[in-house]
Structures are given as structure tokens and as C-alpha cells.
Ligand binder design. Structure first.
Ligand SMILES: CC(C)(COP(=O)(O)OP(=O)(O)OC[C@H]1O[C@@H](n2cnc3c(N)ncnc32)[C@H](O)[C@@H]1OP(=O)(O)O)[C@@H](O)C(=O)NCCC(=O)NCCS
Length: 139
């Protein structure tokens, strides 16, 4: 099941977020995100266990994927695709989806390419010393 997050999910989200950014708790204050109308965070839950989430910002007809994370033991089983499909169908007025991804994150790049994302440019040293691809889907 995919649903909007709520305050009782915070700890699970922080733990999943730390799989992606070790300083996730400092980077993202879920207390404020939950009240911001342009931020949306959806979780994938199975048997009351949170196995993944997608965090987006939506401004007018553009979505930016801030983070998408699936629990390490539940990857490559379609959960990430379910989360992204959910966002795409939930916001069908959206014309453009953008994101940044570490150039070394081959799995995530393959994941986004499967959804038709293409590389637009490189952002140098976006993740400390690592570069990021800016990717987009749509126009
Ligand atoms: C990227 C991520 C969210 C994908 O979620 P997922 O549930 O594992 O992905 P899915 O099972 O829906 O896979 C969809 C497609 O992604 C690609 N993919 C997923 N896992 C892959 C792997 N281990 N190797 C290569 N391609 C892979 C494939 O194209 C796959 O399609 P296929 O099933 O036909 O092979 C997940 O790997 C993850 O949480 N990674 C760590 C966090 C991260 O890097 N997030 C992105 C930050 S920008």
C-alpha cells in the first residue's frame, strides 16, 4: 500500500533516509516538511512495515524527486517502480519531472532510464567531491 506519510512514520523514514545520506536527519526536518504544501512524501507499506518512500516537491507543473529509497532487503522487487508510478499517476497534470543522481549510482540511473528519464547536464561536486547528473522526464 502506498500512502502519505504521517508523524508516526518519522523514525522509519529517517532510518531509510540514512541508507542514502548518512546525515539525512540533519538534511531533512520531517516536522516542517509535513506542513509544507509543495513537499509530498509517500511511503510504501507492506504488513505494517515501511519498505520505501519517495519524497518530491511539486511546484506548478514541475515535480522534483528529492529522494527515493527502498529498504536494502526489498530492492529490485518493483517497490521503487510502484512509488514512482504512483507519483506519476497521482499528478497527471505534471509536464516535467527532474532529479539529481550521483554519477556513480548506476542502479538508480538504470532505474530512472527505465522510466524515460534522460541526462540533461552534470553538476560538478554536487555531492561533496562526487558529481551529479541532472535528469529530466518530459519537457
Ligand atoms: C533506486 C531504487 C529506489 C530502485 O528501487 P527498486 O525497488 O529496487 O527498483 P525496481 O525493483 O522497481 O526496479 C526497476 C528498474 O530499476 C533498475 N534496477 C533496479 N535494481 C537494479 C539493480 N540491482 N541492478 C540494475 N538495475 C536495477 C532496473 O532497470 C529495474 O527494472 P527490471 O526489474 O526490469 O530489471 C533502489 O535501488 C534504492 O533504494 N537504492 C538506494 C537509494 C538510491 O540510490 N536512491 C536514488 C537516489 S537519486
Amino acid at each position: 500500500m502506498i500512502r502519505e506519510f504521517k508523524t508516526s512514520d518519522f523514525e522509519n523514514i529517517y532510518e531509510l533516509g540514512e541508507l542514502l545520506h548518512s546525515n539525512y536527519r540533519k538534511l531533512y526536518n520531517l516536522d516542517s516538511i509535513i506542513n509544507e504544501e509543495y513537499n509530498h512524501l509517500f511511503i510504501y507499506e507492506d504488513n505494517e512495515k515501511i519498505l520505501g518512500f519517495i519524497h518530491i516537491t511539486k511546484l506548478y507543473e514541475t515535480i522534483d524527486i528529492v529522494d527515493i529509497v527502498v529498504d536494502s532487503g526489498a530492492r529490485h522487487r518493483g517497490i521503487g517502480s510502484n512509488l514512482l508510478d504512483y507519483v506519476i499517476s497521482e499528478y497527471d497534470d505534471v509536464k516535467l519531472i527532474t532529479l539529481e543522481v550521483n554519477v556513480s549510482n548506476k542502479v538508480a540511473i538504470a532505474f530512472y532510464q527505465k522510466f524515460g528519464f534522460e541526462v540533461v547536464s552534470i553538476r560538478k561536486n554536487y555531492y561533496n567531491t562526487d558529481d551529479a547528473y541532472l535528469m529530466k522526464r518530459g519537457a
